[in-house]
Design a protein around this ligand. Sequence first.
Ligand code: DGP
Length: 113
Amino acid sequence: MENCLFCKIMKGEIPSSKVYENEYVYAFRDINPQAPVHILVIPKKHLSSLNDADKADDRELSECLRAIPVIAASENLSNGYRVVSNCGPDACQSVPHLHFHILGGTQMGERMA
Ligand code: DGP
């Protein structure tokens, strides 16, 4: 998608700190980290959020999920991590390209909202 920030990042048109990439998935460090490790995992295909899940092939979605533990292991998050995908205004989604936050490297609180 032409004017999508994360599409531009994935294509290398905007610089990012890449941590993982395969045919379906791109992952990079969040510009405004909220934990010692804060990584965003995105599908290369433009999907606005999980609400577009029915527009994706299963492979595009499953590759995002499969990438998460691989990245967590490479970041030494053996004691655990949190995965968040904000979807829509009530969740404060600010970039309309599906992404999964991986947060870790610290003990997080029990509350999620
Ligand atoms: P969300 O609020 O769930 O839509 O998360 C969007 C995240 O994207 C937010 O944590 C900050 C991050 N972000 C926004 N712009 C950029 C950017 O240009 N580069 C990187 N690496 N991260 C960005």
